[in-house]
Write a protein that binds this ligand. Structure first.
Ligand code: EPU
Length: 417
């Protein structure tokens, strides 16, 4: 199993390019199931979750080919088996994103019920509620969700809570439904908007994505398209925090500053200087940063996927910060590990009180989820001495060549096999 070995204490400086967004790529790849014609997706990041999704689609009979620049062409001329098996769903919850497209295109789908995962229970009741409202029959049998619908019918669906993949599943299902579907209390995340753009390029009629009401007029068929995935806002945010925490100065190219308002604000508040252009974002620091409170919320609020990274920053900031997680019920697994590096953090319910310490000291740490692992890498960059981050495969799920990119910025980091 790979591990990352980090010698901390280097100020990050320089320029790196942002990769395509994982959480936009995954639903966009499943959109290929909606048409018999080729969907060509570019700016696809080279990540373990993307490989898992491509394997899942290939297993269903989708023809997948890739060019050397990581453009992926998917052709779902025929879908042999509309099934997402346990073996794949258990390694990646986002596999549930095939549910909507398969039901719409094949009239049936069987998807293993995603179990609990490291960051919380994460049920899929809202995905199912939406499909049922569109006339699908849903049954849970032998650990699988079975959905059947001759042809889905447009419906007005009010989500009980904001769910990103739930919104995406219903939006995709509705593109081939009979009539108009309205999703109320829809997720407003930029990745939902990116998927809507891709669907519209395929001939779908989706309006309102980015607001909390999305309207989809169903079509008889969709066609092939070419689509370029948006840049990854969480990767962007992670590198910005890495620079801020090490007192560095960086410039990220190929970025989307317009979807990072909440993160930029939370970097300016403790004293970092953030500047932006149309497709770049830069950060400079001037001395030690002060502690910053964060409270996660659905977009346009502060992203839960950035909470762990800010906790690493707060652990060495001046003063005390309150970090509140409102999206997932168990997303503080990094706390125990940060404490092993000397951080002073107390958790009570969904609040963490982080008292800034003068320095962290290197140690061996590991985490059980992607963003928690990212926060440990940041902590390793700050800490004195050597930090070893175990179970790098969590990072490989969502960060493309993280050690290469950090090395380019001057970090002393290497992968050990
Ligand atoms: N929820 C329900 N019922 C549902 C669906 C969701 O109760 O039917 C709850 C969840 O348990 C959670 C909350 O609603 O407490 C929000 O979950 P959501 O459905 O929005 O999360 P998701 O769609 O499973 C996506 C991202 C996550 C990101 C969240 C929140 C993808 C593939 N994943 O997950 O990304 O944290 O939205 O923004 O888009 C990551 O990249 O590290 C990651 C975990």
């Amino acid at each position: 199993m790979d591990r990352l070995v980090i010698e901390g204490g280097v100020r990050l400086a320089g320029e790196v390019a942002v990769s395509g967004a994982k959480n936009a790529t995954l639903p966009i790849l499943t959109a290929a199931l909606l048409t018999a014609e080729p969907l060509t997706v570019s700016n696809v990041p080279h990540l373990r979750d993307v490989t898992t999704m491509l394997n899942l689609l290939a297993q269903m009979g989708v023809a997948v080919s890739m060019d050397e620049r990581l453009g992926v062409e998917l052709t779902a001329a025929r879908i042999a088996e509309p099934v997402a098996p346990y073996e794949l769903v258990k390694t990646m919850r986002a596999s549930v994103l095939v549910l909507g497209p398969l039901t719409a295109r094949c009239g049936e789908a069987r998807v293993s019920l995603p179990g609990g995962c490291a960051i919380g229970l994460r049920p899929v009741d809202q995905h199912l509620k939406g499909l049922q409202a569109m006339g699908a029959e849903v049954a849970i049998e032998h650990g699988y969700i079975s959905v059947r619908a001759k042809r889905l019918k447009g419906a007005r669906i009010r989500m009980d809570l904001v769910t990103v993949t739930g919104t995406e599943n219903i939006m995709m299902a509705a593109t081939l439904a009979d009539g108009t579907t309205v999703i109320e209390n829809a997720a407003r995340e930029p990745e939902v908007v990116d998927l809507a753009h891709c669907l519209n390029a395929m001939g779908a009629r989706v309006q309102g994505a980015g607001s909390d009401v999305i309207t989809i007029e169903g079509a008889d068929r969709l066609h092939g398209a070419r689509y370029r995935v948006m840049p990854d806002r969480i990767e962007t945010g992670t590198f910005l925090v890495a620079a801020a925490a090490t007192g560095g100065s960086i410039r990220l190219t190929g970025a989307r500053p317009d979807v990072l308002d909440a993160v930029r604000e939370k970097l300016r508040e403790p004293g970092a200087h953030v500047t932006t252009g149309p497709d770049w974002i830069a950060l400079e620091t001037n001395g030690a940063l002060s502690a910053v409170n964060v409270r996660t919320a659905p977009y346009p609020g502060f992203p839960t996927d950035m909470q762990a990274q800010f906790m690493a920053l707060d652990s060495i900031a001046r003063g005390t910060a309150l970090v509140t997680e409102t999206v997932f019920e168990n997303r503080f697994m990094h706390v125990q590990e940060l404490k092993r590096l000397g951080a002073d953090i107390e958790v009570e319910g969904n609040n963490a009180v982080v008292k800034g310490v003068a320095h962290l000291d290197g140690a061996t740490v590991m985490a059980t989820d992607l963003r928690a692992s990212a926060s440990l890498v940041l902590a390793g960059l700050i800490a004195r001495g050597t930090t070893t981050v175990d179970r790098v495969y969590h990072l490989d799920r969502g960060y493309e060549r993280i050690e290469e990119k950090l090395s380019k910025l001057g970090a002393r980091i290497r992968r050990v096999r």
